[in-house]
Write a protein that binds this ligand. Structure first.
Ligand code: HEM
Length: 232
């Protein structure tokens, strides 16, 4: 069989599947950009690593500008997290995400999945779209997002007292007291950032691992939406 025939045969054996809808891909990339900007601006708020040229007039306000940028993307992040939660919990097209819970409750899938990452077993057949380790990491990530959003809103009402800041002021100050004071809220916000950095790093490693060893175009899917499967 020559090369051309081989390619023809393999092309016939492969089928295309829509893995991620446009709504899913948009929320993924908007969230990724928002997280990146929040991490950079968050580091700056924490330790201002550059300052403008000294000026006789008080017109630089770099910290305030960076904080403003942080808040804009903070609210983008809140919107996208709510949007994604809605899709995951209620949208019909996202049923496969909810079905992943069944895989998470199945010990056989756990053993096979860990074996796969250790190059010992084949990838388990999944009912849903996420493997159990992946789903656990995502649930953990959303808990951390929730902590970042709540602590972020507490910090926000302490800086802006008008509009939404005024509306949220009373409940957020209550939460601030319950959490142990503003200094600890800020610390919690900062520590949560490091948890996000660790989870996102593992997420990128796993995505590359699956693309290299799964050979199903799984990395492609988050750009084009399409994944490839061998026909049975
Ligand atoms: C991935 C998400 C986020 C990351 C990584 C992040 C990171 C950070 C970091 C590192 C700081 C500095 C804390 C310190 O002083 O050590 C900070 C401050 C702050 N963040 Fe966030 N943040 C995120 C989301 C949010 C959200 C959703 C909001 C609210 C809308 C928010 C509002 C604030 C505010 C108001 C401050 C304090 C500004 C100041 O002290 O003047 N953040 N953030």
């Amino acid at each position: 069989m020559n090369t051309t025939n081989k390619e023809e045969v393999s092309a016939q054996q492969i089928e295309q599947e829509m893995e991620f809808t446009p709504a899913y891909r948009w929320q993924h990339w908007i969230r990724a950009i928002a997280i990146l900007i929040l991490i950079i601006t968050g580091f700056y708020i924490s330790v201002p690593f550059f300052t403008p040229e000294p000026n006789s007039e008080p017109t630089n306000f770099l910290q305030a500008i960076i904080r403003n940028l942080h808040l804009v993307f903070g609210f983008v992040m809140i919107a996208v997290v709510i949007w994604k939660l809605y899709l995951t919990l209620f949208a019909e097209k996202y049923k496969s995400e909810r079905v992943s819970v069944l895989d998470m409750l199945n010990p056989v899938v756990w053993v096979k999945q860990i074996g796969y990452y250790l190059f010992m077993t084949k990838h388990p057949h999944l009912k849903g779209v996420y493997n159990p380790l992946q789903l656990m990491a995502y649930i953990g990530l959303y808990i951390v997002f929730f902590i970042l959003i709540i602590t972020g809103l507490i910090l926000y009402v302490n800086v802006y007292h008008e509009g939404l800041g005024g509306l949220l002021y009373a409940p957020m100050r209550e939460l601030e007291v319950m959490l142990g004071g503003l200094a600890w809220v800020r610390e919690l916000h900062h520590i949560s950032m490091w948890i996000v950095i660790i989870i996102v790093t593992i997420h990128i490693y796993m995505a590359i691992f699956n693309a290299v060893f799964g050979k199903q175009g799984s990395m492609d899917a988050i750009f084009s939406g399409l994944k490839w499967h061998k026909k049975h």
